[in-house]
Design a protein around this ligand. Structure first.
Ligand code: KIV
Length: 294
């Protein structure tokens, strides 16, 4: 018996998505959708779009905070943004991304930090990067009641050891390690695994070997679900667009056009018009004039 909170939109009752829903979707062959969010309004829009899951990704560091990579993002940054997202979205499964050095140094620090995402920030689960080297931390988190999502392939927190943001698993020996890592993570109890920037044939193979769903980003159509960074999808981050991103809108241009129109209106005294102004009633104005004339 599940106790899943329900939320109403336009008269329609929708069910809270859980890690169990992820498993069932994979079993039924239904694709899982996931997008990133870092703030309240975006979380609301994603919820209304009936996306299954929101990842509060540490991509926050690059697309919102303006860092070159995800390494400077802290636990406090993540918790702050997770709290905003959890206030905006009720139905999707909410996953908080564990930032660099919040889980790598020792297992118990990792478990405590993972717990903060659920206890303080309203997340339903956490995600962390890495393969077999994370096995113990994942096992202890799951035993503590914290649902964990794995992330293998291109793992941006290892950008310095990988020698840049590059596709992984293109060579047979590397690919074999990724298959083994996926199976180890499943064995330790993850409820799903993000596969980032790996060849499409490899992610299809990994997906077929796992009972838990794979969520791909730059990993082809053979994954059980797909995730994109929302700022890439809506064209709000204009610094660069990875090859695997499909841009569905250009919000950056829409925002810029609106801002230019505002500047022109202000310069031409077309804004604010009467419609955007507040007026005193005539009698109050006359009273004021009389007062000032005294
Ligand atoms: O931080 C993030 O947004 C991610 C996704 C790219 C999967 O990890």
């Amino acid at each position: 018996m599940t106790t899943t909170p329900l939320k109403k939109y336009g008269g329609e009752i929708r069910k809270k998505i859980t890690t169990r829903s992820f498993r069932l979707k994979k079993k039924r062959g239904e694709a899982i959708t996931m997008l990133t969010a870092y703030d309240y309004p975006t979380a609301m829009a994603i919820d209304k779009a009936e996306i299954d899951s929101i990842l509060v990704g540490d991509s926050l560091g690059m697309v919102v905070l303006g860092y070159e990579n995800t390494l400077p993002v802290t636990m406090e940054d993540m918790l702050h943004h997770c709290k905003a997202v959890s206030r905006g979205a009720k139905n999707p499964l909410l996953i908080g991304d564990m930032p660099f050095m919040s889980y790598q140094s020792d297992v118990w620090t990792a478990v405590e930090n993972a717990g903060r995402f659920l206890q303080e920030a309203g997340m339903d689960a956490v995600k962390l990067e890495g393969g077999r080297e994370r096995a113990e931390a994942i096992q202890k988190m799951v035993l503590a009641g914290i649902p964990v999502m794995g992330h293998i392939g291109l793992t941006p927190q290892s950008v310095n050891t990988m020698g840049g943001f590059r596709a992984q698993g293109k060579k047979a020996d590397q690919a074999k390690i990724l298959v083994e890592d996926a199976l180890i993570l499943e064995e330790e109890g993850v409820f799903g695994i993000v596969l980032e920037a790996v060849p499409a044939q490899l992610s299809e193979l990994i997906s077929s070997k796992l009972r838990v769903p794979t969520i791909g980003i730059g990993a082809g159509v053979g994954c059980d679900g797909q995730v994109l960074v929302t700022h890439d999808l809506v064209g709000q981050f204009d610094k660069f667009t990875p090859k695997f991103v499909k841009q569905y809108a250009n919000i950056h241009n829409v925002m810029q056009e609106a801002m230019i129109a505002f500047r022109q209106d202000v310069n031409q005294k077309d804004f604010p018009s009467d419609a955007h102004s507040i007026f005193m009633k005539d009698e109050e104005w006359e009273l004021l004039m009389a007062e000032l004339d005294k």
